[in-house]
Design a protein. Structure first.
Length: 175
């Protein structure tokens, strides 16, 4: 079914809005996947806060124009599914990576974060990025470590004194 001009404008505006608020993007070729497999991919994306859309390349190029994903324009060729991470930068990469493990036909073509176009092999690196909650907990652990070390050191001084006195007592009792 052909789209009229108004429908195309709506699609471009929707994808542009998502791209403006997205943290990272992944484009993957889905040639050979069945409808059921694509439905499963969409469900996984929805569950992980990832916007997933199959868009004609000419419309996708217009949609990413003026966003930090403009660097992807030249690589938008062939049947591609676009995945935009909405909540944390690694979400789209994790969804695509996990799905591609089970479905070899899903092939990553483009990866972009922060206005930089990365090689498709960098998908693994992006997927390993911590979520917001994980990053906060890592930061808190780093901030808490010096305080814990100071408390242990302060506690060690009287503890060492008690052990020394006990050792002297034991030595006198043994003699």
């Amino acid at each position: 079914m052909a789209l009229n001009l108004e429908q195309k404008k709506v699609i471009v505006a929707e994808v542009n809005d998502v791209a403006n608020s997205a943290l990272s993007a992944v484009a993957a070729e889905y040639r050979g996947l069945t409808v059921e497999e694509m439905t499963e991919l969409r469900k996984q994306a929805r569950d992980n806060g990832v916007y997933l859309r199959v868009v004609k390349n000419s419309l996708a190029k217009r949609a990413v124009e003026g966003t930090e994903f403009e660097c992807m324009q030249e690589g938008l060729t062939g049947p591609l599914v676009l995945a935009f991470s909405q909540e944390d930068p690694g979400a789209a990469a994790r969804v695509i990576k996990d799905f591609a493990k089970e479905h070899a036909r899903l092939e990553v073509k483009l990866v972009s974060i922060g206005g930089q176009l990365l090689a498709a092999s960098e998908l693994e690196t992006l997927a390993k990025m911590p979520t917001y909650d994980q990053a906060i907990s890592m930061l808190m652990a780093v901030m808490k470590a010096p305080v814990e070390k100071l408390a242990r050191t302060m506690k060690e001084v009287p503890g060492k004194l008690v052990r020394t006195v006990a050792a002297i007592k034991d030595a006198k009792e043994a003699a």
